[in-house]
Design a protein around this ligand. Structure first.
Ligand SMILES: Nc1ncnc2c1ncn2[C@@H]1O[C@H](COP(=O)(O)OP(=O)(O)OP(=O)(O)O)[C@@H](O)[C@H]1O
Length: 748
């Protein structure tokens, strides 16, 4: 210890402060990482002490997925190996989402990502989400990161000075001084290398934490429920394609780019300031002025030579998104494509998307060659030449200024050798500072290019968030009523009105006009009409997915819509029946697996749990179940939730008629009022009203009571047809007997 304090004493006051500051920071950091409650170390200790979960606990966690906490947050259960790790997730409160909407006005169509006020506005809006408060964890990491960045610069200055001192001792053959310098060199290497690894670590943590914040915020915004339904409307009304690319790759790229850029900009900028200060002391005022003139000329040349990296980065992300969407589509529709043997055609489509992407990336590479050539030439060679010129001024003019490693020796009292040694020290230190300066300058220029690219990524992220924020809520059609009422309702495809700020909203012509229907419980309605007339469009209005273009819609809360294409959720067999409920809600409701079996019996799927290996089996149900089985599962959900009204949109088209009939009867015995969209006249008899949408483009509708003359006419025709066939039965039988006789078949 005494040796250490002696070494400390031998350092100049500034170097001593640096070493001491470093040691204190190391001690603080050590305690923060290891001892603080909730720290990694504390968590490890806690994890090893707690009871080990058994296989049932792990299976339960896999099924349960999360626990609803009393404070509204959710604890996510993540089983891995033989452990279950718990992660608390606090959803973004709707009030926060609503209050941040004002920071995200829509961009105009002519917006180009570059370094401008608009970019700063977008960046600050996104940063408000990534850094919600000054005391959040992200801010703490940022401060710590900044501290280490400044520390690295301070240490670099220390190393530069020490370098000069070692050479000075060598030139003046001062063996003791040289060894002392070497010892200090090794000592300084410890904090320097530690600082470097901490910078890398903190940069990655910062990126990950920003990504988590932004992803959670975007998820909470995107997957909003009624009345916003943003996940459903962002493509249709917001005009935003490939949201998956935005939420997955673009947020990650933005977080990475920003955290890297921060390090890349702060470090060389601090370097530039500190090195310039150090250098200007040895260069004198005229040298300093020349140094700044050099900076100005360089910046002007490079700005003129910089291409629009922001726009290029934005286009690259969009093309990546298109390629990704293409691959995703092939994966999703694999069976359909395989039936048509459409691999070759899909290959052409994917290849064209990929070619568009790589052509663009290649053009960026080419543009970069010219830019990087200019940059290298200016920073490496122009700056070095300027540096030599600047150092030579005090040298040639006989000035021997010290850079402060130690007090300047008296030139007169020491001999000419010392004067040479001092000049050498001065030269080495200045030269090293100049090299570092050129390096810092180069990195600032790189950071400038990265900043332009960041502007492109920021525009992507901002576009997603502003589009999501700009989708207005749908009009509230739910009311405390137990009937569904549509009064003079016009139904049409919603306009693409929110994509861009300066887009004029164009209203699509209505598919269905002036529709008036009133349904009380027990009054079952069938909607029919030829393909594409707008039957599903009416269901969308009833579900609250599309706002009616005119008129009034009222309905109770408990309306369940079953679509034609049955959706299978990721999860267990049990999850399929209870969807959209979670296992936690099922467990809380007190309902049993026996009830679920009864439901499966009603849809003729009682064999499924045995066939698939139990309720908790997790499979890709979309592929495992047949088309008809998936549709029956859709009906099982209706029987599980028992809503007041169920809108069945051709959701039994792949189910055999006998099972379909029994499912309809069962729904009615459960007290569910049915609104069926179908082209099958055989289903009419389960309903009391029939709504026919005219296919002549006028949007007219006719409503008739089932049993009334109009409906009877349609069914009557089918009955007459069948009776005609039955009348011919006798002659067919006789012919059959004749044929049997000819073949010598004897009936027993
Ligand atoms: N998201 C959309 N964007 C643009 N047009 C749409 C959209 N959804 C539906 N349409 C159009 O609205 C019209 C009515 O569609 P809808 O799905 O209601 O028909 P449908 O009567 O249910 O037909 P089908 O019997 O074939 O299911 C169609 O011409 C369709 O192209």
């Amino acid at each position: 210890m005494s040796e250490f304090s002696k070494r400390l004493q031998s350092l100049s006051p500034r170097s001593r402060t640096t070493v001491l500051a470093l040691l204190v920071s190391l001690l603080i950091l050590r305690s923060r990482l290891l001892d603080a409650p909730g720290s990694l170390y504390a968590k490890l200790i806690e994890a090893t002490k707690g009871k080990k979960p058994g296989p049932e606990d792990i299976e339960d966690a896999r099924q349960r997925v999360y626990i609803d906490e009393a404070d509204g947050s959710k604890t996510l259960l993540v089983p891995y190996g033989n452990k279950v790790s718990k992660i608390n997730i606090k959803p973004t409160p709707p009030s926060v989402l609503a209050s941040s909407a004002k920071f995200f006005p829509l961009l105009s169509a002519s917006h180009k990502p570059t370094l401008s006020i608009a970019f700063l506005r977008q960046l600050s809006a996104v940063l408000k989400i990534a850094f919600p408060s000054l005391t959040c964890r992200e801010s703490f990491i940022l401060v710590l990161h900044s501290f280490f960045l400044v520390m690295r610069t301070v240490l670099s200055v220390g190393v530069a000075k020490l370098d000069g001192r070692i050479v000075k001792d060598l030139v003046s053959a001062n063996g003791k001084g040289f060894l002392k310098g070497l010892g200090l060199w090794f000592l300084l290497a410890i904090p320097s290398t530690y600082t470097n690894s901490m910078i890398r670590h903190l940069q990655s943590s910062l990126s990950l934490r920003m990504r988590t914040r932004l992803t959670r915020y975007t998820h909470d915004l995107y997957l909003s429920s009624y009345p916003h339904l943003r996940y459903y409307r962002v493509g249709l009304e917001g005009g935003l394609e490939g949201v998956d690319q935005y939420i997955t790759a673009d947020i990650a790229a933005f977080s990475d780019s920003l955290s890297t850029l921060y390090g890349n900009l702060i470090k060389p900028s601090t370097d530039l300031i500190l090195f310039t200060l150090s250098l200007s002391r040895s260069l004198g005022p005229s040298g300093t002025v020349l140094l700044f003139a050099n900076y100005y000329i360089t910046a002007s040349i490079l700005r003129a030579a910089t291409p629009a990296f922001g726009r290029l980065a934005e286009v690259e992300r969009r093309l990546e998104g298109e390629f990704r969407a293409g691959v995703g589509r092939v994966g999703r529709e694999a069976e359909e494509i395989a039936f048509y043997d459409g691999g070759k055609r899909e290959l052409d489509i994917l290849w064209s998307a990929y070619t568009r992407l790589i052509k663009h990336v290649n053009s960026i590479f080419k543009i970069r060659i010219a830019y990087e050539w200019t940059e290298d030439y200016v920073i490496k060679y122009l700056w070095s030449a300027a540096g030599y010129g600047l150092i030579s001024i005090p040298m040639l003019m006989g000035r021997t200024r010290s850079l402060g490693v130690q007090t300047a020796p008296e030139v007169d009292s020491d001999g000419p050798d010392d004067a040479v040694a001092d000049r050498t020290e001065n030269y080495i230190s200045s030269r090293r500072l100049l090299i570092s300066l050129a390096d810092a300058g180069g990195r600032v220029m790189y950071a400038y290019k990265d900043l332009l690219e960041l502007s492109g990524l920021t525009t992507r992220l901002y576009t997603l968030l502003s589009t999501l924020h700009s989708l207005p809520p749908l009009p509230d059609i739910t009311s405390p009523t137990d009937e569904i009422a549509l009064e003079h309702v016009d139904v049409g495809v919603p306009p693409l009105s929110f994509a861009l700020a300066d887009d004029a909203a164009t209203v699509n012509p209505p598919l269905v006009r002036d529709l008036t229907v009133r349904l009380r419980p027990g009054e079952h309605l069938m909607i029919t009409g030829s393909n594409g007339v707008g039957k599903t469009a009416v269901a969308r209005v009833l579900a609250g997915l599309w706002a009616p273009q005119g008129g009034v819609v009222r309905r109770p809360d408990e309306v369940l819509v079953v679509p034609q294409r049955a959706y299978m959720v990721a999860g267990s067999l049990l999850d399929q029946i209870i969807y959209p409920h979670s296992y936690a809600q099922f467990a809380k409701s007190g309902r049993t697996e026996k009830e679920l079996i009864e439901i499966l019996e009603a849809v003729h799927l009682a064999y499924l749990p045995a066939r698939e290996g139990g309720w908790r089996t997790r499979k890709e149900w979309r592929d495992v179940l047949s088309g008809g089985e998936k549709q029956r599962m859709g009906m099982a959900r209706v029987f599980y939730h028992k809503p007041k009204f169920a809108v069945l949109d051709e959701c039994t088209s792949a189910v055999s008629s006998d099972v379909e009939g029994r499912m309809y009867e069962h729904a009615k015995t459960l007290g569910i009022t049915l609104i069926t969209i179908s082209l099958r006249p055989s289903l009419t008899r389960y309903h009391t009203q029939l709504l026919t949408l005219s296919g002549d483009g006028s949007g007219r509708t006719t409503l008739a009571r089932v049993g009334a003359a109009a409906v009877r006419m349609g069914i009557g025709r089918e009955i007459i047809n069948l009776e005609d066939k039955l009348r011919e039965e006798g002659s067919w039988r006789r012919r059959l007997e004749e044929l049997d006789g000819l073949l010598g078949i004897q009936k027993r």
